[in-house]
Design a protein around this ligand. Sequence first.
Ligand code: CP
Ligand code: NVA
Length: 303
Amino acid sequence: MPRHFLELADHPASTLWSLVALAREIKKNPSAYRTLEGQTLALIFEKPSTRTRVSFEVGMRELGGEVVTLTGAEMQLGRGETLADTARVMSRYVHALMVRTNDPTKLDQMAGAATIPVINGLTDRSHPCQVMADVLTVVERKGDISSQKIVWLGDGDNNILYSWVHAAVAFGPALTIACPPQFMPKKDLLAWSRQMGGKITVTDDAAAATKDADVVITDTWVSMHQTDSPQRYETLMPYQVNRALMAHAKSDAMFMHCLPAHRGEEVTDDVMDSAQSAVWDEAENRKHAQKAVLLWCLGKTEF
Ligand code: CP
Ligand code: NVA
């Protein structure tokens, strides 16, 4: 069975910790990891992307490999070729496949048929590669993650948050989610995290949630698969990350956002551009974290 990277919860915490450690080593000494010469990664995008596309393309090349980038619309997928057949064919040409799509079951179908590793490059449900970069960013800045208080503000039914809940279970920080009752995290996700011993709290009180936070995170209020409406913005406005809200966090709290940010909506300029903001390191860390994932998927690690 190929080493897929579909959800963080599929992997033991020890593997995820090893990936973070490897990503730090790769970041320090990139030229020591050119071990994918002769290998090709295909990237399939059924939604737009800036960071995921560029960080995977550049990362794979830095590892010595090649890349092919495709959009679903330009492939026969767009004319009805099945996902499973596409995965079977891609498996004969390339060594790994990253897919960004809407429905997570599409990714499962591809992974089920592929004989090469399949990597989740975001679905409506989750974004594990992003959260590996996020964890790396927290560890770099704070020296540790398990003792931190991490606060998520805004849409509780969000794909980044979904992977953060998985990460909170694996890496052990306390995760407080502040969201309006209309936009709560999925019940089965919360039930799973509690059963797994995750330190997860959900509240609708943004200020109380942010008290003594070490890390404050938000994301767009309208993800690519969601529909905006004036009511949605009005409901989410109390969860905007602005200076007044950041004042409740610890004075050395860091701010994170997967980007793209909608300045003036979920976050204000004075937080995005402040010394507390880690967003550019976080974006850079996509490349380092994904290089570690690629090496693991392609059997180039000792774990
Ligand atoms: N954070 C992230 O995945 O960005 P892109 O949509 O630009 O890839
Ligand atoms: N939640 C966002 C993340 C973008 C990287 C979306 O799905 O659009």
